[in-house]
Design a protein around this ligand. Structure first.
Ligand code: ZN
Length: 402
């Protein structure tokens, strides 16, 4: 029997901008519908705040220190790339060896191409028409749908991986008209106290016709709505092609993003909650629908898929199958770990109520600022906004980071 797998990875995906997680605007009508009828995760965390390490974590089921890629491109060091290219287990390659048709709709390339029969690195896209170095979501969806239909002529199961970039600041493929003007932009910049953030924002959006913070938020919301509509198209094709009950569908962020929180403007730098605590919605045919509140991380996706499909491997993952959690509500982990891919050397360990962030080198390659003190600790129950550093020279969480 065919069992297909689709992973839709949404870049820089924020919990706070989805009504599923309490946002006042319904940007996510279709995603929410899939969530409510299937599985959705309230405490899902990425193992990194940036794409290259986080995606490597998904495909290996390992934390960044174990697969090698700690830093985001172009800050990834050569030894990190050498290490990840030698990992034994790489999900697309594993599936290809099991006879799956492996299809990628993305343009990142590099070591991520490993194991894909088809890698849509842009040859089908007309980049000249597109304002961004990646295709807009409707073109990516067209390509994905054509690949799903093409595969119907074979008796192979497929793995489709789609990486959606429309949500990536400053959202060049999203249509949005601002009513503001250049004077408003100057005011926006004046209101940013920190010089590095002011310069970073100026460099990123000058000439992009976004003039206020609200403009930028509105455009981000529009990009989510666009994605939400295309996800509906994919779901409809799966139903129409009689594939819905034979296809795992996973919709997750690769990492989150700060809009202005913690003084971080439109980037996922640092390891505060908005950078790593992200949306996660899944459809596993036959499993009961449920909201999962226990901890799950991106490294758990592959072990869970293998568990569900009863596929074997000798690999020892850092991640664990969350299927027992669905059946029994028993937690699979009491801590999450995450690594900063944009700053030089920052990592965090988080329990339900406590979070420790250790910055051995807090220089941010992206905006040249430092987003963290050397050591920060937060009581997330009393201080979910992470505003009061309670570190007092000692923390029981330190041993987990060392
Ligand atoms: Zn930064």
């Amino acid at each position: 029997m065919k069992k297909n797998i689709i992973i839709i990875l949404v870049d820089a995906f924020r919990r706070k901008n989805l009504s599923l997680y309490g946002y006042h605007k319904e940007t996510d009508k279709n995603i929410k519908e899939i969530a409510k009828e299937n599985l959705w995760f309230d405490n899902y965390f990425s193992a990194s705040n940036s794409t290259a390490p986080a995606l490597s974590s998904i495909f290996t089921g390992k934390y960044p220190n174990n697969h090698g890629v700690i830093h985001q491109l172009p800050y990834t060091k050569q030894e990190e790339i050498d290490k990840v290219q030698k990992v034994k287990f790489w999900f697309p390659e594993y599936l290809k060896n099991k006879g799956y048709e492996t299809i990628c709709v993305d343009w990142i390339g590099l070591w991520f191409k490993r194991g894909f029969n088809y890698y849509g690195e842009g040859e089908n896209f007309d980049f000249k028409k597109s304002p961004a170095p990646f295709a807009p979501i409707n073109e990516m969806t067209d390509l994905a749908i054509s690949k799903i239909k093409e595969n119907q002529n074979t008796d192979k199961s497929f793995f489709l991986f789609m990486h959606i970039w429309d949500t990536h600041f400053p959202f060049p493929n999203t249509k949005y008209e601002s009513e503001n003007n250049e004077t408003d932009f100057q005011k926006t910049l004046e209101n940013i106290k920190d010089e590095s953030q002011r310069e970073y924002l100026k460099k990123r959006i000058e000439g992009k016709k976004l003039y206020t913070i609200q403009d930028m938020i509105n455009k981000y919301d529009t990009s989510i709505k666009d994605i939400d509509n295309e996800i509906k198209r994919i779901k409809e094709v799966l139903i129409e092609q009689n594939l819905w009950e034979d296809t795992i569908l996973i919709i997750v962020g690769d990492h989150g993003t700060n809009l202005t929180e913690q003084g971080i403007y439109f980037s996922s730098s640092g390891l505060y909650e908005d950078s790593i605590h992200i949306p996660s919605v899944m459809h596993f045919p036959g499993l009961e629908s449920k909201k999962i509140t226990e901890f799950v991380q991106d490294i758990d996706i592959v072990p869970s898929i293998l568990d569900y499909l009863q596929l074997e491997t000798q690999e020892e993952f850092d991640g664990k199958s969350f299927l027992p959690l669905i059946k029994t509500n028993q937690p699979i982990r009491d801590k999450i770990f995450s690594f900063d891919g944009l700053c030089e050397d920052i990592k965090t360990v988080r329990t339900k109520n406590r979070k420790l962030i250790l910055a051995k080198n807090n220089f941010c390659n992206l905006c040249k600022a430092s987003h963290h003190e050397k050591i920060e600790e937060y009581d997330l129950e009393k201080d979910p906004e992470e505003s009061i550093n309670i570190y007092s020279g000692d923390s029981y969480l330190m041993k987990f980071l060392e």
